[in-house]
Ligand binder design. Sequence first.
Ligand SMILES: *[C@@H]1O[C@H](CO)[C@@H](O)[C@H](O)[C@H]1NC(C)=O
Ligand SMILES: *[C@@H]1O[C@H](CO)[C@@H](O)[C@H](O)[C@H]1NC(C)=O
Ligand SMILES: *[C@@H]1O[C@H](CO)[C@@H](O)[C@H](O)[C@H]1NC(C)=O
Length: 333
Amino acid sequence: MVLRCPRNRSLVWGALCVVVVYWVYNYPVYRLPSDSEVVREVLRQGRTWQRNRTGIHLLRKLLEECCQPKEMFAITKENSPMGKVLWYDGELYHSHTVNNVTYPLFVQKPPLSSLLKKCAVVGNGGVLKSSGCGGEIDQSDFIMRCNLPPLSKEYTDDVGTKTHLVSANPSIIEKRFQNLLWSRRSFVESMKAYGSSYIYMPAFSMKPGTDPSLRVSYALSDSGSNQTLLFANPDFLRSVDRFWKARGIHAKRLSTGLFLVSLALGLCEEVTAYGFWPFSVGLDEGFISHHYYDNVLPFSGFHAMPEEFLRLWQLHKGGVLRMRVSRCPSEAG
Ligand SMILES: *[C@@H]1O[C@H](CO)[C@@H](O)[C@H](O)[C@H]1NC(C)=O
Ligand SMILES: *[C@@H]1O[C@H](CO)[C@@H](O)[C@H](O)[C@H]1NC(C)=O
Ligand SMILES: *[C@@H]1O[C@H](CO)[C@@H](O)[C@H](O)[C@H]1NC(C)=O
């Protein structure tokens, strides 16, 4: 009936067009599996896992080609001399030119130059709670943690005690330590949990993050800390971001965890990831909190955790890295 009149017909076509355009923009190109589908898939895989040396070497080679993790993951005096323009990777059109304020804060050369053996990347997922993974984590040769996580006594059994590199987002310096504008004491005190590790800060990712990062540097050196602050190199972050986007991750920004896993895959012979489980049910169908220390949910839409998880799970299935997504085997058994 409607289609009989030409004017109405164009109206209908117009409406149809709008619907199609809307659909193309909003309908996901692919569908992420539901939490319970992921649980089933992971259970199907079971505990069997075998390291794949060929796969490990291949991925390390790909990462070396795209991103040069060893040379580029941190800003050094060698890769970022005076006058070098650093483009913020989290912003458009913002840059910092290395000057006589920032240059002295950079380490001389890449700090991790030889291949590391057994590396652990510890995410902060609630799946670590009651995991008993602390002992296994502490036996690794190099342990990376995300975003200054708590390591107090009550968590030791599950997350271990040692740290060799810990990332610190400037936003946490703002939230937890008021940007170090007033007191540095609680900051200096809480940093003791990380021993003499590297502190890895994306100081040149977002413009507002630079000043707090510089203040972290001053606070650490003034307190006589033997921790080494490493500024994440925005060129490295950008190339890793591209690497994963070309492999099907659609997030605005990768999570710190995936950056660290990528770094580990580039630097280590063997990588095990702990605490990467972005779902609210565990393999035993029990509730899993967001972090092992709280259940504060992040902004949605910024990261794509389930998608990242599925990529990592593919690597697990291919034997390239090992994911611990439930209790660790007890050392006796
Ligand atoms: C090991 O990795 C290589 C390269 O990615 C792949 O072709 C091969 O199928 C993998 N082998 C196993 C047993 O997963
Ligand atoms: C830093 O650079 C500025 C101008 O580029 C110069 O005026 C100043 O003397 C320099 N400071 C030091 C400590 O070299
Ligand atoms: C440096 O760190 C190590 C490991 O935590 C610690 O035992 C040592 O006392 C520290 N040294 C100084 C000078 O702070």
